[in-house]
Design a protein around this ligand. Sequence first.
Ligand code: OAD
Length: 246
Amino acid sequence: MKIPDDLVQILRKSRRIVALTGAGVSKESGIPTFREAQTGLWAKYDPMQLATPQAYRRNPALVWDWYRWRRKYISEVEPNPGHVALVEMERLIPEFYLITQNIDGLHRQAGNEKLIELHGNIFRNKCFEEGIPIDGVDNFRDFPPQCPECGGLIRPDVVWFGENLLAENLELALQVTQAAEVFLSIGTSSLVQPAASLPLLALERGAVIVQINPDDTILTPQVHFVLRGASGEILPQLVRITWNSV
Ligand code: OAD
């Protein structure tokens, strides 16, 4: 894929760049996405039975078991060249922020620090009743543990359907998005709110919007640059051409 010269020029001049990632970024690490036909998790499993607070109350063992399975395969994979390129961007760009919808922790594992995990992190846990973080939980137990404080159920610290994002995460995401000169939407179908509205907010504020995705999304008609392909290939190429060229 040829990276357009005018995009390279814009990136070189920009100080404030924000990237929003979705499941597509982790696909080359071996983690399935959600909405792709055949291979997507939501093509095989019903999110209403597995990823809502009601589902957990109804059948905690089933939901815990599903998260235990996901934790297991996520714990066995590594960040891919797309993740590594985003770490490089944090190092190279004066005010770079990474907002991710992914709960797999791979961006942090790769080394990004200016990172907002909008939907939480599958390896963390919290009390279902009080929301307080609970450390030291054996994530591979076959039944949900109980909160040592209140006896309530412990749950994965992820955002389920129908739940609000952590206010401080959302506020920071909005703040950096509003200030962005360039906004990169990478590996996301742009269907889940409020993440999906971030590129539109950046657009409204005059940012240049770039999408990196092998397929079109609902956002495609609105973006300035479409880089079609896998993020594990395009991101390293983008970084090499933009910042390391001689
Ligand atoms: P989706 O499964 O909806 O979208 C994944 C996107 O990645 C699609 O647009 C694919 O075309 C694209 N894709 C596939 N392979 C790729 C590759 N190698 N490189 C780049 N892109 C690729 O996943 P999300 O948009 O992340 O919510 O879904 C958003 C949220 O919905 C998730 O965070 C999750 C889910 O329900 C929660 O867990 C709360």
